[in-house]
Design a protein around this ligand. Structure first.
Ligand code: PNW
Length: 460
């Protein structure tokens, strides 16, 4: 095949997962409940009453899963460390058995020639810390920094890239404003406090990691940067997009990369908070330098002048952003009903490259939920996923051509898994998981991705 779209030498080809979504073994080896164990047991919160109790049983099948990664030819694997597995109550000493699991995982990866990329927080806050106030409570940020230090002490000689937080926007606004994610609170003012304390947690963790890690370690943060477009050039639509950008993107980007809060964000949230929970020195701590930025992208967001479509559900968007009308982008949709629009990924990468010169970018998640189907031979076909991944990788290639310093791409996800509020009913994996037998079957997309990695690019 002609390799029309070749990626730079050394490009990192990865896949991503998260602890609660794949591990299972929820009550084993001293692990205590996280907010997702609690939330998934509240009737009506997760479809079909699904929980992560067993998930893809990765905790017991890790060697088999690493063998799959090796067959795919991955150069990198992004996983998350379950906080309640390594520090059960969110305080105090480490739990050795939990750390041992991640040591074995990192060793297996290194043996297979795969770089371990670890995320410290992919949404599994120890339940005890939520009971003490959760992310709206300042002390949670200090607890997170202690946890980061303990993880770095145990795994610092093995993990190549450290990511502090995954998608703090989701943790703050889906967790504390719309309440569709754990802990399921619906208090927009609390969500704004949560966002600041997540930023602070990130900054304090960067300092803790720098102190504990050998120098070459890469320290990063992953944001779900919203690719927000105004519906039209009309000033009211442009203003609507600006409001979504303020509380969707710049609420994290500005403190982390520039040590400031966006002025328009403060105005847009004036009725909810005076931001007095931001103490002197916080923004300096939040803006501790990072070595790269992780970007998760699935779908664009189109904003128009309000009012929003009535949904009967609390909005994730606080203040003036909550009065914006979000319009679905046109075109085909995935099984999540998310529009397929690869240009949005190009827009996000080129924007960040322009705004953050000198900060390398990693696409830390990108992928799609689709139903797959097995033929009589047992092969699992997922043509829409192959098309989605191909188009989005082409957009990454185009962004690199336009000057964006994109160092790698991690698809979401290696395995079918617990898709949060959708439970096991939505499949993002390139490897099919039969949740009754726990049998793994690489889908067509897995074979396709192995070929892309082997060739270092896309055929056309
Ligand atoms: C991300 N939204 O979640 C997460 O990082 C993954 O754990 C997850 O499985 C994946 O994307 C697919 O959903 C998101 O509603 C969940 O805007 C919801 C939203 C965005 C990201």
């Amino acid at each position: 095949m002609n390799i029309a779209l070749k990626f730079p030498a050394g490009f990192r080809w990865g896949a991503a997962t998260a602890a609660y979504q794949i591990e299972g073994a929820a009550a084993e080896d001293g692990r205590t409940p996280s907010i997702w164990d609690t939330f998934s047991r509240v009737p009506g919160r997760v479809r079909n009453g699904d929980t992560g109790d067993i998930a893809a049983d990765h905790y017991h099948r890790m060697p088999e899963d690493v063998a799959l990664m090796r067959e795919l030819g991955l150069t990198d694997y992004r996983f998350s460390i379950g906080w309640p597995r390594v520090q059960p109550t969110g305080r105090g000493p480490a739990l050795q058995k939990g750390l041992d699991f991640y040591r074995r995982l990192a060793d297996a990866l290194l043996d297979a020639g795969i770089r371990p990329v670890a995320t410290l927080y992919h949404w599994d806050l120890p339940q005890e810390l939520e009971e003490a106030g959760g992310w709206p409570h300042r002390d949670t940020a200090e607890r997170f920094a202690e946890y980061a230090a303990l993880a770095a002490d145990a795994l610092g000689d093995r993990v190549v890239t450290w990511t502090t937080l995954n998608e703090p926007w989701c943790a703050a606004f889906l967790g504390y404003s719309s309440g569709v994610h754990a802990p399921g609170r619906t208090d927009p003012a609390a969500a704004l406090r949560a966002a600041h304390h997540l930023n602070l947690a990130h900054g304090r963790a960067v300092a803790a990691l720098r102190a504990a890690l050998p120098t070459p370690a890469e320290i990063s943060l992953t944001l779900n940067v919203h690719a927000v477009r105004p519906l039209s050039d009309a000033p009211a639509d442009v203003a609507a997009a600006r409001r979504i950008d303020a509380v969707g993107n710049r609420i994290f980007l500005d403190p982390v990369f520039h040590g400031r809060l966006p002025a328009d964000l403060i105005e847009d949230t004036a009725g909810l908070t005076d931001w007095s929970f931001v103490h002197d020195g916080d923004l300096r701590a939040v803006s501790a330098p990072v070595d790269s930025l992780g970007v998760n992208y699935y779908s664009p967001t189109v904003a128009a002048a309000g009012p929003p479509e009535p949904s009967g559900e609390p909005s994730p968007w606080p203040g003036a952003a909550g009065r914006v009308r979000l319009v679905p982008a046109p075109g085909p949709r995935t099984a999540m009903d998310w529009p397929v629009d690869a240009d949005g990924l190009y827009e996000v990468l080129t924007r960040l490259s322009g705004e953050l010169p000198g900060t390398p970018l990693l696409v830390t998640e990108n992928g799609a939920a689709y139903d797959d189907y097995a033929d009589p031979s047992g092969a699992v076909h997922d043509p829409e996923r192959v098309a989605y991944l191909d188009a989005h990788l082409a957009a990454v290639h185009r962004a690199i051509g336009a000057g964006a310093d994109v160092r790698g791409y991690f698809l979401w996800s290696l395995l079918d898994n617990f898709e949060w509020a959708y439970g096991y009913g939505r499949r993002f994996g390139i490897v099919h998981v039969d949740f009754a037998s726990q049998r793994r079957t690489p889908k067509d997309s897995a074979h396709w991705y192995a070929g892309v990695i082997a060739r270092g690019g896309l055929g056309r």
